[in-house]
Design a protein around this ligand. Structure first.
Ligand SMILES: Nc1ncnc2c1ncn2[C@@H]1O[C@H](COP(=O)(O)OP(=O)(O)OP(=O)(O)O)[C@@H](O)[C@H]1O
Length: 483
């Protein structure tokens, strides 16, 4: 017990370094907009701006089990505002169920909207969202697994995510922040993952011109941000690009730009270069064999126009074929440790090709990086996939050149090793290539743009939720007041 003059415990900090408000006390009762009451249980996680608590429907007294979670943040926080309204509009359980029925999906990793409201505590007004409770996030599992997921696991996770993206895109929204930390295992089955955190969800562009938006540039979690989002343009193909970077990280252990995350323009430039020469980029990422499915997946992103619906079936087909090639199938049990697949390979020799992600591949983290040739500012066909209005082409090129031309890509690899692009029928040897070194272990952080730090009136109506996505909190709360 602390005596007089004992120091108070330091305030918790959010995932992005912001000080968090005082915790909401265990047993606090919250009433949502539908007048349903919820009781707060123990905290289960800390996000960028607030805390996530376990929760239960309140009838009387404390609950023994907490099957829900409540995400609660000070009222002025933009992302929770956006997330709440995204849930309310797009995640009604009946909508999700009818979509699943229509599409004949046995599972859809789209969380349902349960409830939301406002609450006052510590003389501070909070906003809260009630959600289903899920289990571990994939980022933690990835770290526990020495930063490698088996190839079949990666494809099966990606298939689940694509289903959610199709659902969201159909509702005219993009997620824009797909990452392991936002993929949570179902408590009912560890093989089912839910995509959470809709704090950066926004309507995708339906413009005919590729028009960069300086207010939204680099939004997202920088290592995965799509090239379109680096330009401030939310696109459906951008979600696939983000997914692609995640898949590469899960398979390789790291992404080539992880050392440069404090320099968004540098990261952007490296991504532009990656799509100018996909085989070269993949050779750099994969120190041994490049899975053909990843190559095809990236190529398909590259030919998808910025304002068109991605070909979901084709993306899925690439992954399903990839699974079949390594003796696996869609919808099977996930299995996160590499050994689970190795034993399967050994159990059915001859039938199954050794997955690229496993035994043969060295972790890129073990190797040093090498300077690639200087990045050219020229844009090639890979960029043209994003341009449908030829008169705008030059403009975009100009925009990109202007933004990117002063960026030096820093890379210091010194190891060259031979790698191969895996072909379905033949293994074609390729030239020598660099791999990159990464020494990272932190949970990827969401980038907060300058615009994000503006405050807004919490009593504003919800009609302009897209603009509020950037209106993150930047003032500290008065934490000395009691509930
Ligand atoms: N429905 C849920 N069930 C169980 N755990 C959850 C749930 N939602 C979030 N979490 C956990 O709480 C933590 C923070 O969640 P979330 O990412 O949604 O917060 P956030 O404030 O948006 O974070 P950030 O902005 O930093 O990404 C995560 O580690 C996640 O694992």
């Amino acid at each position: 017990m602390s005596g007089k003059g004992a120091k108070k415990a330091p305030k918790k900090k959010g995932a992005n370094g912001y000080k968090l408000p005082d915790p909401i006390p265990n047993g606090e009762i919250l009433t949502d907009v539908a007048k349903k009451r919820w009781i707060i249980g123990p905290s289960i996680g800390v996000g960028g701006f607030g805390e996530i608590y376990s929760a239960a429907s309140y009838t009387d007294g404390k609950s023994k089990t907490y099957p829900y979670v409540i995400k609660i943040e000070p009222h002025e926080n933009g992302p929770l505002f956006v997330e709440m309204h995204f849930y309310m509009r797009n995640a009604k359980p009946t909508d999700i169920e009818s979509w699943k029925r229509e599409r004949k999906l046995p599972f859809l990793g789209m969380p349902s909207y349960i409830g939301s409201g406002s609450h006052e505590c510590h003389n501070t007004k909070y906003r809260f969202v009630v959600m289903e409770r899920f289990g571990k996030n994939l980022w933690d599992i990835f770290l526990e697994n020495n930063r490698i997921f088996p190839e079949h696991t990666v494809y099966n996770i990606a298939l689940q995510i694509i289903d959610v993206l199709e659902y969201m895109h159909n509702k005219t929204y993009v997620h824009a922040d797909i990452k392991g930390a936002n993929l949570l295992q179902s408590l009912k089955s560890a093989d089912h993952n839910y995509l959470v955190d809709f704090g950066l969800a926004s309507h995708y562009t339906n413009k005919t011109e590729y028009k960069p938006d300086p207010k939204k540039t680099h939004n997202g979690t920088i290592e995965y941000t799509s090239r379109d989002m680096h330009m401030g343009i939310p696109t459906m193909r951008g979600d696939f690009e983000i997914l692609g970077y995640n898949m590469i990280q899960w398979l390789c252990g790291s992404l080539p730009w992880e050392k440069n995350l404090t320099e968004p323009l540098n990261v952007q430039k490296q991504k532009e270069k990656a799509f100018e020469d996909i085989p070269q980029f993949l050779k750099k990422c994969f120190s041994n064999t490049v899975p053909e499915s990843i190559f095809k997946f990236m190529k398909l992103i590259n030919v998808t126009k910025f304002n068109e619906s991605p070909n979901y079936a084709k993306f899925k087909d690439i992954l399903i074929r990839g699974l079949k090639d390594i003796g696996h199938k869609p919808g099977e049990r996930l299995g996160f440790s590499a050994s689970s697949t190795v034993s399967k390979v050994l159990a059915t020799p001859g039938k199954i090709k050794k997955p690229a992600s496993e035994v043969l591949r060295k972790s890129p983290r073990m190797q040093k990086t090498r300077s690639p040739s200087p990045v050219s500012n020229a844009l090639n066909d890979s960029d043209l996939g994003s341009l449908i209005i030829s008169s705008r082409k030059g403009k975009r090129v100009q925009d990109k050149r202007r933004i990117l031309k002063n960026i030096e890509v820093t890379d210091d690899s010194d190891t060259e090793i031979e790698i191969k692009i895996k072909r379905k029928k033949k293994n074609k040897k390729d030239e020598n290539s660099e791999v990159v070194n990464k020494d990272i272990g932190q949970k990827p952080l969401k980038r907060i743009t300058k615009k994000s730090q503006k405050q807004y009136d919490p009593d504003e109506t919800v009609s302009d939720d897209e603009t509020k996505v950037n209106n993150f909190r930047h003032r500290e709360l008065n934490r000395d007041q009691k509930c």
